[in-house]
Design a binder for this molecule. Sequence first.
Ligand SMILES: *[C@@H]1O[C@H](CO)[C@@H](O)[C@H](O)[C@H]1NC(C)=O
Ligand SMILES: *[C@@H]1O[C@H](CO)[C@@H](O)[C@H](O)[C@H]1NC(C)=O
Ligand SMILES: *[C@@H]1O[C@H](CO)[C@@H](O)[C@H](O)[C@H]1NC(C)=O
Length: 631
Amino acid sequence: MGRQNMEAPLLDSDHVHLLVANEKKGNKNWNRALRFFFVLLTFSIVGLIFRDNWSYLVVKGGYKYDERIQVRGPDCVESEQGVVAADDGRCSEIGVLMLKKGGHAVDAAVATALCVGVVNPMSSGIGGGAFMIVRSSSTSQTQAFDSRETAPLAASQDMYMNDIKAKYRGALSMGVPGEIAGLHEAWLRYGRLTWRTLFEPAIKLAKEGFVVAPYLGLSIASNGRMIMNDPGLRQVFAPKGKLLQAGEKCYNVELAQSLEVVAEQGPDALYNGTIGEKLVEDVKQGGGILTMEDLRNYKVEVTDAMVANVMDYTIYGMPPPSSGTLGLSLVMNILGSYGSADAAKGDLGLHRLIEALKHMFAERMNLGDPDFVDITKYTSEMLSISYAKQIQQKILDNTTFPADYYLYRWSQLRDHGTSHFCVVDADRNAVSMTTTVNYPFGAGVLSPSTGIVVNNEMGDFSAPTEISPDMLPPAPANFIRPKKRPLSSMTPLIITKDNQLAGVIGGSGGMSIIPAVIQVFLNHFLLGTEPLAAVQHPRIYHKLIPNVVSYENWTVIDGEHIELAEETKTFLAEKGHQLQAKSSGAIVQFVVQTLQNPIEMGRKYGKGSNIYYGTLTAVSDPRKDGKPAAL
Ligand SMILES: *[C@@H]1O[C@H](CO)[C@@H](O)[C@H](O)[C@H]1NC(C)=O
Ligand SMILES: *[C@@H]1O[C@H](CO)[C@@H](O)[C@H](O)[C@H]1NC(C)=O
Ligand SMILES: *[C@@H]1O[C@H](CO)[C@@H](O)[C@H](O)[C@H]1NC(C)=O
């Protein structure tokens, strides 16, 4: 039942409503005029809320990257040179700083990931794991770095038999963390700056303090009891016995020290050294089973990215245990088998998308870690045009069906949290990275001696005795084995057209990620919606069970009201969909490169180049308080 609580909308707090309590649904033009007014109003209200702490708006500091940080900048930036779109403006700026120093997109990604781990510690950090897609423009090679957590060696299928809650909360829910190993592996192959350089901004933020952004503030408030109950979390997020609020400064000196040691000594400090030893000791104190042997055994998996062809685009993403690339491929192939691009447009297109998503969710629970289970049948089905056609024929335009129509067999993975960012550099190398500690503040445990938030990724495995909210049996392909990786919804993607970079996309929000990424993709690449509008557009979600379409209706943290159109709701209701308003949703970061048709190569940087350099547009989702940054 604790899981239900954790699905509670993070942003549905009085203080957010207060910011925009005056906004009324008027006509569209009036709304637009209002929005400008609201930017001003929000600005002043935020000022009032933060009172003397205007430093949140323009953080001053000794370092160059601090002076330029304007957290309430635009949600959308353009550049010919390079962009970073993270879910925190400070981290986008830090990524761009690395590009400015001559760094590769991977250098920017490492610095951005470390920053996000410090300032958004509820979502990610070096105690968690990640998926990273890297595309090199000069070789056109696109690689997948799987640094997802693995089950510890002492883990077993039945380890949560007597206490299923321990799969989600407490140190026993921890998987072996992979983030630092993954970042290092990518940096070894592509990095141009020194490893140390990439750590400096994050160390400074952790050591000298960073201002708690509104989203973190809300997350601290809604997890207050859990934070107060854990000595490690309390020390960082309630240092004087009182929970930190947005606008206040947060320090994580122990994390700064850990990062310092990893910056100096490399990942071995964590995987075979003092930081690892301290972490293991803290986890053991908390009842966990992580050992030094687990850390020494941890391996990043580097493969070619999984490829799917969607419309006229090629999509590069993570192979399983991510279900994102395959999920997107199946849904897009279903929509594609109507034989016309118009099939996915309008309200009818949305109905078809919902139906396709339901079939996809049923299918994807057959997936698991391919190192442990044979999933080739399901992988090829989810990539197959003819399989998609069979499913499309089961979708009717006049109705929806009860959940069992979709041939579900297994209970759904309901993962959580996470953070996504996109990077493109001046050479058009690109990184798409999604990183997570799973639930907000992971296991609800912060290792006091290292400052590291402990993930609860074991929660993403299926357990034989678990009774899930959908009352379905657990998926055997996703049962626990030592060293196995749990199934994931994380969907970092790089999109190309005619072998040129067209976009970078991904999102956070667990089970909502795949539907959100698909909707933004369709909005932009099918309907031609501008990148920012493609991200802002209200979305729908579905969990298969309950058999309910959730639609967005909420006022997000930057004051914008996002609500599905009345006509669309009516249309869907007429098809028999049960509808439910939702005041939360996935967060999507999106970068697009404008391509000409036909694409002319080497526009700017010399003849003979076969790389196209178009204008880059980067969007950070206004649903969270992230801002993109440009070189
Ligand atoms: C761990 O460090 C020791 C030396 O302290 C070294 O002998 C060993 O090979 C290292 N193990 C791994 C897996 O790196
Ligand atoms: C939907 O259309 C099919 C034929 O395509 C028909 O058999 C069925 O009765 C219709 N269902 C509803 C609910 O109108
Ligand atoms: C949408 O949300 C607003 C508050 O933001 C609320 O007043 C309204 O009733 C909601 N509409 C629906 C259909 O839930």
